[in-house]
Design a protein around this ligand. Structure first.
Ligand code: ADP
Length: 485
């Protein structure tokens, strides 16, 4: 053998022991002989021999049992058993105990050396394999750790560089992360805010209260108004196993432009109202100024209809402008069923004129909504008037109001033309009129007003419709919890 290996001989004194010692030394191995178990334990622990050659009995102990015990401590140590006789039970027990092989008398020098070298080779192959496996596993673990660390680094750089504010909260609303942009938005000097409560760090802002407001929606959108006039669109999204994240996008400029546009529309609408009133007044006076022939009478009627329609548009524009520009702080407990009845009463003449079948279904003991009653009436008037306006003569309109899961649900179903699928996503936008209107007069502002009102009370509005099958509009508003309810 090229490498000198230490072979430990644990055999009782015998000619075989001497033969083994000589043969192994001659083959280039180092040999240590132990005479009792205590010495065996010592040498095994301190000298790490490459192989143990054990007698069938050693120091009055069964060699196989002794070998089994040593393998519990040194599982990779090759152990050969020397037995006086080759019997099947001995070989089977030795292998079962995990020994590497059995040598039996009579022995020749070559038998000893070959058996020892074979066992050493097998052990060295096993050792190589084990070492390779350990290296491979370690390398792969290291690379995985490196990947996750480099990915974390990359993520942190990305989040830090995002122009929008990003805040990550744990389930108890403590800050986990706040990127540079978020800290700048709130003018925070400190960089390490992790672990601190949001309501403490951002106590001067509306954000903690906005996030605390109850909602049954997963992702929520808010407008966050700061004292210095800046406005942010805040999106709050739950993240399973982490908590939630808030992103803040600066919409101050958009808001400024919207206001400028609103102001312009308001001014134009306002300035148009007086001349329109004058035109309508004079058109009515013409009929009293003298007799008109049929043609003249028809023309004057047409002028009056058109001016009324433009006046309606101008009034809606002014109303919408008012809705957008003022902060509506009036809040009362409003019983929607009585608002709805008043609204239907307003349209009674039209309902009769179009011979519509009107069905009104309201649950009993409905809780109120906390709102401005004028806005609630506007919302209902717009939806009811649309249902009447777009229904054909003799059609059917069903109105219902119910409470479900602390929410009031107002439903308006008509037998009108239905709204094409592609238009449905746009009908709540200002001035949008779907291609189904077919001569029906309108401004495209009614549903924008409805949505604006619903949004301002944390409500929702949507439509379910199909062409030729009518439309159903839904408005959901949070019910006001009353102690008696
Ligand atoms: P308009 O003054 O045009 O009715 P709205 O904002 O109230 O404006 O509605 C926007 C568009 O949505 C309408 O132009 C029409 O195309 C469609 N729409 C609204 N309500 C109904 C309805 N009940 N049935 C069919 N289409 C409707």
């Amino acid at each position: 053998m090229a490498n000198r290996e230490l072979i430990l001989l644990a055999l009782d004194q015998s000619p075989t022991l001497s033969l083994m010692e000589r043969a192994l030394r001659a083959a280039g191995h180092d040999v240590t002989i132990v005479r009792h178990q205590a010495a065996l334990e010592n040498v095994l622990a301190e000298s790490s021999p490459s192989l143990l050659l054990l007698g069938e009995t050693f120091d009055a102990t069964d060699g196989i049992e002794l070998g089994r015990r040593q393998l519990e401590r040194f599982p990779t140590l090759p152990i050969l058993l020397f037995a006086e006789k080759e019997t099947l039970p001995t070989i089977r027990s030795a292998l079962k105990a995990g020994l590497s092989g059995v040598l039996t008398a009579p022995l020749k020098t070559d038998d000893i050396v070959q058996a020892v070298d074979r066992a050493l080779k097998r052990a060295s192959n096993l050792g190589d394999w084990l070492r390779r496996e350990v290296r491979r596993t370690t390398a792969s673990l290291e690379s995985r750790t490196q990947i996750s660390e480099s990915e974390r680094g990359r993520l942190e750089t990305i989040i830090a560089g995002i122009e929008d504010g990003v805040i990550v909260l744990d389930p108890a609303e403590n800050l986990g992360l706040m990127n540079r942009a978020a800290r700048e938005i709130f003018g925070l000097q400190e960089t390490d805010v992790a672990g601190r409560a949001l309501e403490v760090v951002l106590a001067q802002t509306d954000l903690p209260a906005l996030l605390a407001s109850p909602s049954n929606r997963a992702t929520r959108l808010f407008e966050l108004n700061l004292e210095d006039g800046r406005v942010f669109k805040a999106q709050h999204t739950p993240i399973p196993q982490i908590g939630s994240a808030v992103t803040l996008h600066d919409i101050t400029e958009i808001k400024r432009l919207e206001k400028a546009k609103g102001d312009f529309v308001h001014t134009v609408a306002h300035d148009l109202r007086s001349p329109l009133t004058a035109v309508l007044g004079y058109a009515e006076l013409v009929e009293h100024a003298g007799s008109l022939n049929d043609n003249q009478h028809d023309f004057v009627n047409r002028i009056q209809t058109s001016v009324k329609s433009i006046t309606g548009l101008v009034n809606e524009l002014l109303e919408f402008g008012r809705l957008e520009s003022t902060t509506d702080t009036r809040r009362e407990n409003v019983q929607l069923e009585s608002v709805l009845k008043d609204s239907v009463a307003l349209f009674e003449p039209l309902i009769l004129q179009k011979k519509l079948q009107m069905q009104l279904e309201t649950g009993t003991g409905l809780p109120p909504v906390r709102a401005n009653p004028v806005r609630m009436r506007q919302l209902m008037d717009n939806l009811v008037s649309n249902a009447i306006k777009y229904s054909p003569d003799g059609g059917e309109v069903q109105l219902s109001l119910r409470c479900d899961n602390h929410q009031l649900i107002f439903q308006v179903k008509d037998s009108g033309p239905g709204i094409p699928q592609e238009d449905q996503a746009h009908i709540f936008e200002r001035f949008y009129r779907a291609r189904n209107v077919d001569g029906t007069q309108g401004s495209g502002l009614g549903l924008t007003i409805v949505k604006s009102i619903a949004d301002s009370y944390n409500g929702r509005v949507w439509v379910e419709s199909a062409e030729g099958l009518g439309s159903t509009f839904f408005v959901v508003l949070p019910a006001q919890e009353t102690s008696s309810a």
